[in-house]
Ligand binder design. Structure first.
Ligand code: BTX
Length: 326
């Protein structure tokens, strides 16, 4: 009911709608309407109420709530359901649990704060309350398990475009899974999968973004930045999330339906912070120093080794580091 009331208020923003009209439209008592209006006010919505005239939504807070996002994303082909938490250990861990219990593709998990946010290879990801985005998308694509790494690149491209649209900042992608601005990490992506030999059960894409973080802990302050720090102003988390979903679904369905990663690769190349740089490629058995020369149609990084040989690197198999920071 809260969502329905909010939706009507948003559609009538800056004009009054009477309690009676709301109660008729929604088939509940005026007291019930009043109760939900008060809940919305407590959440930070500025709603003017004048007897005889009714209610007017004047200002919306930048909150990430299930209701808000479901309203804003109601035309989305991708979104099936949204879970929103104030605090959770890791949205990826929660998403995995839901995926195993049968949650559908298009289920999105968001949390205001993570207490056990995870990076790759067991590393820690810091997601402080009210100033970061921690979100995970559940996917159940009919693709081969070895193609799942492409989803990381689709996500990186979507996040880069979404951040640029909302902030106008110049954003780069450090192949395959970091978004950086001015050489510092602003977003990390963690893709996890449950699969059998030739069949994917689920893919979870986790996205962590530093939006309005003012200060970082000493361990990461040299490598991390936030959108607010670079833009010099608060950035709406809600706008970023909405735009990520919109950009993601375009690129994702394009890939699922055509099998081609063309659009994604085009974005990853255009925004690449890796191409043209000397990189260190670390896999289980060896470390190679090479020059990143291209990203091919499959989204693999092509690097030229010191002996001139060009090899392709598949994301997920290796860790790629710049020689001089990012
Ligand atoms: P990564 O392994 O590439 O990066 C982790 C490293 O980044 C850490 O070791 C640390 O040095 C640094 N780091 C930690 N927190 C931050 C931060 N807030 N900003 C910049 N640098 C940081 C990247 O892993 C993948 C991160 C995915 C996070 C999302 S959030 C939603 C979902 N749930 C979850 O538990 N993880 C994902």
């Amino acid at each position: 009911m809260k969502k329905e009331i909010l939706e009507i208020l948003k559609n009538n923003k800056n004009s009054f709608i009477s309690g009676e009209e709301l109660s008729n439209k929604l088939g509940v008592t005026r007291t019930a309407i009043w109760k939900y209006i008060n809940i919305l006010k407590e959440e930070g919505y500025k709603i003017e109420s004048i007897s005889r005239k009714g209610y007017k939504l004047v200002e919306e807070p930048d909150i990430l709530s299930r209701e808000e996002l479901l309203i804003e994303l109601k035309l989305s082909r991708f979104v099936d359901d949204i879970y929103y938490f104030d605090k959770v250990d890791s949205t990826n861990s929660f998403a995995k649990k839901l995926a195993l219990e049968g949650a559908k593709e298009g289920t999105i998990i968001l949390s205001n704060e993570q207490t056990g946010g995870r990076g790759r290879l067991g590393r820690v990801w810091i997601s402080p309350p009210c100033s970061s985005i921690s979100m995970s998308l559940i996917l159940k694509p009919s693709i081969r398990p070895w193609d799942a790494a492409k989803i990381t690149e689709i996500t990186a491209a979507a996040v880069a475009i979404a951040i640029e649209k909302v902030t106008n900042l110049d954003v780069n992608i450090k192949w395959p899974n970091d978004i950086i601005i001015q050489n510092k990490k602003v977003c990390g992506i963690l893709t996890e999968m449950g699969a059998e030999l030739d069949n994917i059960n689920y893919v979870i894409v986790g996205i962590g973004i530093n939006v309005n973080i003012d200060e970082f802990p000493d361990e990461i302050k040299e490598v991390a930045t936030s959108l607010k720090k670079v833009a010099g102003k608060e950035i709406s988390r809600k706008e970023i999330v909405i735009n990520i979903v919109r950009e993601f679904e375009k690129l994702y369905y394009n890939f699922i339906e055509t099998g081609s990663l063309k659009e994604t690769v085009e974005i990853c190349k255009r925004k690449s912070a890796t191409l043209g740089k000397t990189v260190k490629i670390i896999n289980k058995s060896e470390t190679i120093i090479a020059e990143a020369v291209d990203i091919n149609d499959e989204g693999e990084l092509l690097v030229r080794k010191e002996n001139g040989e060009i090899i392709s690197v598949i994301s997920g198999e290796v860790s790629v580091r710049g020689i001089n920071g990012y």
